[in-house]
Structures are given as structure tokens and as C-alpha cells.
Design a protein around this ligand. Structure first.
Ligand SMILES: CC(C)(COP(=O)(O)OP(=O)(O)OC[C@H]1O[C@@H](n2cnc3c(N)ncnc32)[C@H](O)[C@@H]1OP(=O)(O)O)[C@@H](O)C(=O)NCCC(=O)NCCS
Length: 171
């Protein structure tokens, strides 16, 4: 049986080699160049944000980022972990790895009692809904002041989502 390892690592504790493995995995699906991914990480990820990695026999096969974000909604401000950048290496595609990673993230959020949101394209939303994420329908969604037409899903998030939602940073 292969050794399967899920790790939740704070950004401030991740080393360069691991970051570079994450970027190479992202490059498989989003080939915009290593330097561009590194710049995005340096500009957007803070010390307390979390890198979730799945390794099989020490080899990185899947990744997701959890980024602390503040959401303003109907006059209230709430802190969430914004889940994003989910990638499974192409070699392991459609073998249940994405499902395994998302279930691990769900268990982590429940254990830590932290609410989460994610943004995705309409055609992927079913993947998340099947894993217990709730589709929300705010009137509008803004990220850093820019309107987006992504779908919003929540996980153990309180309250109502029908008003406009302002998310302070991209994740
Ligand atoms: C989307 C992605 C993470 C799925 O991971 P995976 O390991 O291939 O998926 P799994 O084998 O775990 O499939 C789990 C379920 O999701 C479904 N699914 C997989 N990819 C899907 C997609 N792109 N859209 C909708 N459903 C999808 C599967 O059919 C399966 O359904 P089932 O539970 O009814 O059998 C992976 O294909 C990937 O990295 N894609 C490129 C990056 C991306 O699109 N990330 C998501 C950004 S929001």
C-alpha cells in the first residue's frame, strides 16, 4: 500500500523546495510561467494562510490553498478561510484524489470550527456540492472591489447570502 500523506502547512513554515513543487503542479493546469505563479504567491499569500498538500510516497499529487479573507455582507464583517487553487496532478486525474483532498479539507474545517467559502466556475460547482459545500446566491460578488461572475459556495458558514458580498482579497 502506498503512503498517502495530507499536510496543512502555514505559509510562514513552508520551505522553498515545497513551494516550488506546488508551483510546478499549478503549472500543469495553468501554464502561465513559474515566475508569474511565484509573484502571485508573494503578493497574495500571508504568513497565517495554509497550504494543503497531498503526497503519495513523498510525491506531491494534489494541492489546495486556504487563505484568510474578510467578507463584508449586509453590514457585517466575517472572517473565512477562502479555499482555492485546487489542483490534482494530471497523472492522477479522475482517480478520486480531488474528492479525497476536499474531504480532508472539510474535516479540517470542522475540526478547527472555521467557516469557509470558495469561488468556482459553474461547470465545477457540482464537484463541490457533492462534497457538502452549499451553493449561495448573493445578488453580486466583489473581490477587492472588482465584480466577478464566479459561483460562490460556503462550508459551515453562518447567516444569509442573498445580499451583495464583498471579499477583501483573491484566493
Ligand atoms: C477538478 C479536479 C480538482 C478534480 O480532481 P480529480 O481528482 O480529477 O477528481 P475526482 O476523481 O476526485 O472526482 C470526484 C468527482 O468530481 C467529478 N469531477 C471531476 N472533475 C470535475 C469537473 N471539472 N467538473 C465537475 N465535476 C468534476 C468526478 O466526476 C467525480 O464525481 P463522482 O463523485 O460523482 O464520481 C481536477 O480535475 C483538476 O485539478 N482540474 C484542474 C484544475 C481545476 O479545475 N480546479 C478546480 C478549480 S475551481
Amino acid at each position: 500500500m502506498n503512503r498517502l500523506e495530507v499536510c496543512f502547512t502555514l505559509h510562514k513554515e513552508i520551505n522553498r523546495a515545497e513551494l516550488s513543487r506546488i508551483i510546478r503542479l499549478k503549472e500543469q493546469h495553468c501554464p502561465r510561467g513559474y515566475a508569474s505563479h511565484l509573484r502571485w504567491i508573494n503578493e497574495n499569500i500571508r504568513d497565517g494562510d495554509i497550504h494543503v498538500t497531498v503526497k503519495e510516497d513523498g510525491c506531491l499529487i494534489a494541492y489546495m490553498g486556504l487563505i484568510w479573507t474578510t467578507v463584508s455582507r449586509a453590514g457585517e464583517r466575517l472572517d473565512f478561510l477562502g479555499a482555492g487553487n485546487l489542483y490534482v496532478c494530471k497523472e492522477k486525474s479522475a482517480m478520486g484524489v480531488g474528492r479525497f483532498l476536499l474531504d480532508s479539507v472539510g474535516a479540517y474545517l470542522l475540526y478547527k470550527n472555521v467557516p469557509s467559502i470558495l469561488l468556482c466556475r459553474e461547470n465545477v460547482s457540482d464537484f463541490y456540492i457533492k462534497r457538502g459545500w452549499n451553493p449561495e446566491k448573493p445578488s453580486d460578488i466583489y473581490i477587492g472591489g472588482q465584480k466577478t461572475d464566479c459561483c460562490l459556495l460556503s462550508y459551515q458558514a453562518p447567516g444569509h447570502w442573498h445580499m451583495a458580498v464583498h471579499i477583501d482579497r483573491s484566493f
